[in-house]
Design a protein around this ligand. Sequence first.
Ligand SMILES: CC(C)(COP(=O)(O)OP(=O)(O)OC[C@H]1O[C@@H](n2cnc3c(N)ncnc32)[C@H](O)[C@@H]1OP(=O)(O)O)[C@@H](O)C(=O)NCCC(=O)NCCS
Length: 147
Amino acid sequence: MVQIKRVDAKDIVPLRARILRPEGPVHEVLFVEDLMPESIHLAAYCPEGNLVGCVSALPSEHDGKPAMWLRAMAIDTVHQGTGIGHSLLLEVEKRIKACKGKFLHIWCNARLNRKEFYTRHGFIETQDPTFKNGKAGESIKLIRRCL
Ligand SMILES: CC(C)(COP(=O)(O)OP(=O)(O)OC[C@H]1O[C@@H](n2cnc3c(N)ncnc32)[C@H](O)[C@@H]1OP(=O)(O)O)[C@@H](O)C(=O)NCCC(=O)NCCS
């Protein structure tokens, strides 16, 4: 069982870098929105206190309306497939919904081979074609309404 806490971006940058950009550069896992007050950074800690997972929701737009952009979800390699990503998604969705209905959608650019992880959480494809997203490779925009 992990404990999920809201943290500052600086607390999760090392995990983002290790999992998403193991060969660097680190600046590719730093986002201008990281320091915006509305941004939500969640960290999952195992009972021993180690950081084992993270996700960020950054203020953005979809169809010209406020939306949250889910970015840099990363689970420590040895803990992948144990439900931490699932728990982080549920928690970040709950916190976005608690923002007084401000954000109508949550969206992400998912690596194509991770699509199912998000579609099992109610994310659906948009009309946008798949695209090459730098080092993340072939990716697809996925979206879900924030009801
Ligand atoms: C992708 C990632 C965030 C998923 O988190 P996780 O903690 O490993 O996933 P969970 O254990 O919570 O799995 C939740 C569900 O998704 C499924 N799932 C997990 N990884 C999957 C994958 N790569 N493809 C398809 N389904 C996957 C699990 O089988 C599980 O299904 P279930 O609920 O029916 O049992 C994590 O594996 C990770 O950090 N991977 C490396 C970095 C990465 O790819 N980040 C996302 C970029 S889009």
